[in-house]
Design a protein around this ligand. Structure first.
Ligand SMILES: *Cc1c(COP(=O)(O)O)cnc(C)c1O
Length: 379
């Protein structure tokens, strides 16, 4: 069994995919060109924002956003303690200071109360200026942007939506990657919309930000390519990845997002008796929200049960993953971080109890049943 079945996806898309890749190879246009521009337009249309700027990966996308806003030394960037490393790494990369925030136990996403508490602490200390909150759409579920934006507005801060896992999610019909002042996504192969290597994109309604992003991603170019007006990066999306993504975006919009939600519903139904018996906690999707199910993540009773189950699943040939085993504030790279365990009770609990199960649009009822049977026998 595959954790995310990219082979099956390729078999389904093979004809269009092979043509897309060969067309790019035959064109000899390997950087930029119409495929990249078309994809950016398609992505902006799908998400419902004015501008999409493609780039080399989801981490660069986040960093470019902070660069466009001029975030740097002396600025505090608030980041969930429970997320992938990139979400916090990018604050340090631009010279700013990441400040971690605990998450909600139900949604795994940033907790607005904890956010406000950490902002107040930074203000009381008086050393850093609160500038940005990175709200991550973890596991495919959009963050609670209504609450996050209210806090950001109160403290005059910007919201950066890290939609690396959230592409395709919805809140009351509005599409993920449209909620932040800037939003980003990743096309790493295993993400909801993945390519055949690395890729990323940035979304915004602001023309000035879009123009800055276009410059920063190509060595800080000015009006002309060899006129460099600021220090930037080399962060382009390859043409071949753009062509691959055009095929994948169509499949994603036509049926993959629906099908991955059907996979989630199969798990919900099959796991319901175990959840009702209090043996595990199912993913929670709040009213009005849609997840794009980057992960289907359950919580077990404690670490021993979770680790035991994971090893039993492995013996049966069922892959599972622990996203994430370590809170951000405990990462060695953030050794300067003065925040302590007592500020992050939920993240610490989640790191000990979560387990992500095989999840993708091509999952079958038989596969779901096999996973659920193995879980029932081992907890
Ligand atoms: C994958 C991921 C990223 C980084 O994306 P890359 O394309 O791998 O650089 C950032 N944030 C989150 C939440 C992610 O899951």
């Amino acid at each position: 069994m595959q954790f995310r079945d990219l082979k099956k996806q390729y078999q389904v898309l093979k004809e269009d995919m092979d043509k897309a890749m060969i067309d790019v190879a035959a064109s000899s246009q390997y950087i930029g060109g119409p495929w990249v521009k078309e994809l950016e337009q398609q992505l902006a249309d799908y998400v419902g924002v004015k501008y999409c700027v493609s780039c080399a990966n989801g981490t660069d996308a986040l960093q470019l956003a902070l660069m466009a806003w001029g975030i740097g030394e002396g600025d505090a960037v608030f980041v969930p303690d429970f997320t992938f490393f990139s979400s916090g790494e990018i604050a340090s990369s631009v010279g700013a200071t990441p400040v971690f925030v605990d998450v909600s136990e139900k949604t795994y996403n940033v907790c607005a109360k904890s956010l406000e508490k950490e902002i107040e602490k930074v203000l009381a200390e008086g050393k850093l200026t609160p500038k940005v909150v990175v709200a991550v759409d973890l596991f495919g579920l959009p963050a609670n942007f209504e609450k996050v934006k209210a806090v950001a507005e109160k403290y005059n801060m910007l919201v950066l939506e890290d939609g690396a896992q959230g592409f395709g999610g919805r809140i009351n019909g509005k599409v993920a990657c449209s909620f932040g002042d800037i939003a980003t996504t990743s096309f790493f192969p295993a993400k909801p919309l993945g390519c055949y290597g690395d890729g990323g994109a940035i979304f915004t309604d602001c023309e000035e930000v879009k123009n800055l992003l276009e410059s920063y991603k190509v060595h800080g170019k000015g009006a002309m390519k060899y006129d460099n007006v600021r220090i930037g990066m080399n962060s382009r999306l390859d043409t071949i990845q753009a062509a691959i993504l055009q095929v994948k975006l169509k499949a994603f919009a036509d049926y993959e997002l629906d099908d991955v939600n059907k996979s989630a519903a199969m798990y919900d139904k099959a796991l319901a008796p175990l959840a009702e018996a209090g043996k595990l906690v199912l993913p929670h999707i709040p009213e009005g929200f849609v997840s794009s199910w980057a992960q289907y993540t359950i919580q077990l009773a404690d670490r021993a049960t979770r680790d035991g189950l994971q090893s039993e699943l492995k013996d049966k040939g069922i892959p599972s993953m622990v996203y994430y085993p370590k809170p951000m504030h405990r990462q060695e790279a953030f050794a300067d971080c003065k925040q302590t365990d007592e500020d992050f009770p939920t993240t610490i609990k989640l790191c000990d109890t979560v387990l992500s199960l095989p999840m993708h649009p091509y999952l079958t009822q038989e596969e779901v049943d096999e996973v659920v049977r193995a879980i029932a026998e081992n907890i």
